[in-house]
Design a protein around this ligand. Structure first.
Ligand SMILES: C[S@@+](CC[C@H](N)C(=O)[O-])C[C@H]1O[C@@H](n2cnc3c(N)ncnc32)[C@H](O)[C@@H]1O
Length: 334
């Protein structure tokens, strides 16, 4: 005891202390129970390679496109590693799983029960987690759970609450910075009224992965990928109800955000849903990763904030739930 007290008083300078292992839960000593192994469907390993000609073509096209839309601060040329292509749903730049706050079994358990409580559309029954492409999963209440699944249902439930998404006839959504098409797939499984879900991006690897993923999920009748150099043309004459940007603008330059907002305003996209990275402020600010506020760019184009909400409305879940941040919903002023 005496020895422990001496050591602890020394360690306290570093913010550390010794405790008995038996006083800790498994998840506190890093004995993670997440199940993660690289399961790929047939043909996946052969297609998802850095040398795929389609990826080469997209890289070439994007490098020639207007730099304003794509000049990177986070997504530099080697940000997506070659092994990320096969494990694109793994713990990587698309969705942090073991590196984000509150990523242990107990946090997933809490978040699952929270999502069950707010899931007015019954989306946990309509969606499942198959564990493919390197995603981390836990079993909660006999169901495989991932951050992909929980985040998507939480986001759709927020949009249902504020926009009655499931009631909009021929719903059209544009996803800017769509990653591998996570929310496109979940929306296609969730909303029968979905007419079109367009995924676009300024990073060629993301376009390449979302093209593959949407095709693999067989949702191309309702969801499609639009390469960066075709998005302006594709939006012409088409009314988009909602644009979403999830953990993406925080990783862009102000110039790129400006480019996207001018596109949205020119096409009179009615609503814009933004999820910023928490980056040290819990998502309380609409900010780039370095803390620079970007809300003025959104407002400059006539978008007005109609709702800001913690990702989890219960303060304790916001403290202990998986990857807490805030949700922002904007509406284009008339
Ligand atoms: C953290 S990932 C999030 C992916 C997806 N929104 C999700 O939540 O699953 C960030 C996304 O932003 C995209 N991105 C990076 N720079 C961009 C830019 N200048 N314009 C549009 N998207 C960009 C990346 O390619 C990537 O798809």
């Amino acid at each position: 005891m005496f020895f422990t007290r001496i050591v602890n008083s020394l360690l306290s300078i570093l913010g550390l202390r010794i405790v008995r292992k038996s006083a800790l839960y498994d998840w506190q000593i890093g004995e993670m129970d997440a199940r993660q192994k690289l399961c790929l469907p047939e043909g996946g390993a052969e297609y998802l390679t850095i040398n795929n000609p389609r990826l080469g073509e997209l890289r070439q096209r994007y490098s020639q496109f207007q730099a304003q839309a794509s000049s990177p601060i986070v997504w530099t040329d080697d940000y997506v590693q070659s092994f990320d292509l096969q494990s694109f749903r793994g713990d990587n730049c698309y969705i942090w799983q073991t590196k984000d706050p509150n990523c242990d079994e107990i946090n997933y358990c809490l978040t699952t029960y929270y999502v069950k409580a707010i899931d007015t559309l019954g989306l946990l029954l309509k969606n499942s987690e198959d564990g493919l492409f390197g995603v981390y999963t836990y079993i909660v209440d006999s169901q495989a759970i991932s951050r992909d699944l929980l985040d998507s249902i939480n986001e759709l439930s927020f949009l249902e609450k504020h926009l009655h998404l499931s009631q909009i006839p021929d719903l059209k959504i544009l996803d800017i910075g769509a990653g591998y098409g996570r929310l496109a797939y979940r929306t296609a499984c969730s909303l029968p009224n979905l007419a079109t879900y367009l995924c676009t991006d300024a990073v060629p690897e993301s376009t390449f992965l979302s093209e593959y993923h949407l095709k693999f999920r067989q949702i191309e009748d309702r969801a499609s990928v639009v390469p960066l150099d075709q998005i302006t043309e594709r939006l012409q004459g088409q009314h988009i109800d909602l644009a979403v940007n999830i953990h993406s603008f925080s990783e862009c330059t102000l110039e790129a955000i400006d480019w996207w907002l001018s596109l949205l305003a020119a096409n009179k996209v009615t609503y814009l849903f933004i999820v910023p990275n928490a980056a040290g402020h819990g998502g309380e600010k609409l900010a780039l990763n370095d803390g620079v506020d970007f809300s003025f760019v959104i407002e400059k184009y006539g978008y007005r904030l109609c709702c800001k909400s913690p990702k989890y409305e219960d303060p304790l879940v916001q403290k202990y739930g998986v990857s807490p941040t805030c949700y922002y919903l904007y509406q284009l002023a008339d």
